[in-house]
Ligand binder design. Structure first.
Ligand SMILES: C[S@@+](CC[C@H](N)C(=O)[O-])C[C@H]1O[C@@H](n2cnc3c(N)ncnc32)[C@H](O)[C@@H]1O
Length: 446
């Protein structure tokens, strides 16, 4: 019987496995499959728009069949050790499915495969995991029909990738296969990334109180300290004189002198000099500086969060380790800026009402499909009109079309363009900000 589900009955449920491994968006990306067998997943990657697909397997028969199934994929007949030792090509996505238990040195093969990832690349590892709570156990051995096989324990897998400065991100069930003695799981292994929480609220909103709570979880940095140090270092500069006693004046002066890029660069260096996993940064700075900071962080590996007490709150839910530490505080967190987006907004006037339709996507579960828009301090709830079918977004992204109704004056005052912030509202009133700057500047009136 064939192993993969290509022609006739198969030992493995490849279609179920394809769903379980949750391939990321592949359009324009490169994809490598180690132990590709007859090329099922290489074919799937090609159909999903991957620009380059390579499959490696040492079985001549498997490679021959794979080449005839998918002629525009490059299949290489080679042991994975030899391939990984000699190839220098980097890949955006590497799949290693139902195969690592065949490797002689599993830690080594994992390290070599990770070595071929691009900077933002992901290694998708699908494998059996030895169940034990004993942290001293690295592998569990199982007798199989084809001899004893060793399986990583989850703890050992995690510590192996952490040593390489990588992390197990997605961790989910895989499909069961006949003869499985243990559970199979799917892991997405990516480079560890530092998280930064920014709180730019004006004084009196509890920023430093929050900092003292967060300091246990990471590094706490105050933008006021950066300002004081700069003032001390350059006491006679034009942007310091007169602002020595008033830090807010210091930042505002920088903007007046068109030095917001300079200020943002100083803040960027100040914040990113820390190697901690979590850094909490607080301090009021003008919007122009914040905007420039967003640009600076956009192309980096840092995961940035915004936190504020000004517009709303969520009680902690436990899904965020930081929020969980202060159960009675009024705090809300937003999703990482990179993980949600409003693609565009369309505005229609009808009598005294302005109806705004927002189209976008996010990767968070919004249990009741509630959305809201905050314009000039007013909150409008949104009606979910449609979940468009957008295969281009990949399996973890949830598209939406939502409409909001608001009085016409709000649109006429251009408040929508200037200050609207859109949120998806989850269970327990979590507010997830959906960045929509670009779109909201571009409101069209039908
Ligand atoms: C159980 S199959 C899994 C196939 C495929 N990854 C899937 O999940 O459908 C394991 C595959 O790994 C290949 N393989 C085992 N040891 C290998 C090695 N040292 N180098 C290259 N391929 C190997 C086998 O030939 C086989 O095709």
């Amino acid at each position: 019987m064939n192993y993969q589900s290509l022609n006739g009955p198969s030992a493995s449920d490849s279609i179920g496995k394809l769903a379980a491994i949750r391939l990321p968006e592949l359009r324009g990306k490169s994809f490598l499959d180690l132990g590709c067998n007859e090329g099922f997943f290489c074919g799937a990657a090609r159909f999903s728009g991957a620009s380059r697909v390579v499959g490696v397997d040492y079985e001549p028969d498997a490679i021959e069949k794979a080449t005839s199934h998918f002629p525009d994929v490059e299949f290489i007949r080679s042991g994975w050790d030899e391939y990984l030792d000699t190839s220098e090509e980097k890949f955006d996505v590497i799949l290693f499915a139902s195969a690592i238990h065949y490797a002689e040195d599993q830690e080594k093969i994992l390290e070599k495969a990770i070595g071929l990832l691009t900077e933002d690349g992901v290694l998708i590892l699908e494998c059996g995991i030895g169940a034990t709570d004993d942290p001293t156990v690295s592998f569990i051995t199982h007798e199989r029909w084809d001899g004893p096989k060793k399986y990583f324990t989850k703890g050992h897998l995690r510590s192996t990738v952490r040593k390489l400065n990588f992390e197990l991100f997605y961790d989910g069930d895989s499909v069961k296969q006949m003869g499985d003695a243990i559970d199979r799981r799917v892991f997405h292994i990516r480079r560890r990334r530092q998280s930064i929480i920014f709180n730019f609220d004006p004084p009196g909103n509890g920023k430093s109180g929050m900092g003292s709570l967060l300091v246990a979880a990471g590094v706490y940095k105050r933008l006021d300290d950066l300002a004081s140090d700069t003032i001390k270092a350059q006491p006679n500069s034009a942007f310091v004189v007169g602002a020595e006693q008033d830090i807010a004046k210091f930042w505002a002066r920088l903007v007046d002198l068109s030095m917001h890029d300079w200020a943002a660069n100083r803040i960027f260096e100040f914040v990113t000099s820390s190697t901690a996993e979590l850094t909490y940064v607080e301090g009021w700075v003008p919007d122009q500086v914040i905007e420039q900071l967003d640009h600076l962080f956009a192309g980096t590996n840092f995961i940035t969060f915004r936190m504020s007490r000004r517009d709303g709150y969520i009680p902690p839910t436990g899904r965020n380790p930081v929020a969980a530490t202060h159960s009675n505080d009024e705090t809300w967190f937003t999703t990482p800026i990179a993980d949600a987006c409003v693609d565009y907004v369309h505005g229609v006037r009808a009598d005294n009402t302005f109806i705004m339709t927002a189209v976008g996507w996010h990767d968070i579960a919004v249990p009741h499909d509630q959305y809201c828009l905050i314009v000039g301090g007013n909150r409008f709830s949104g009606e979910l009109l449609h979940r468009p079918n957008r295969g281009d977004l990949g399996p973890n992204r949830i598209p939406f079309v939502v409409s909001f109704k608001m009085p016409i004056e709000l649109q006429q005052s251009r408040a929508v363009e200037a200050g609207a912030r859109m949120y998806a509202v989850g269970a327990h009133r979590e507010l997830f900000e959906l960045p929509a700057k670009q779109a909201l500047r571009d409101v069209r009136i039908a």
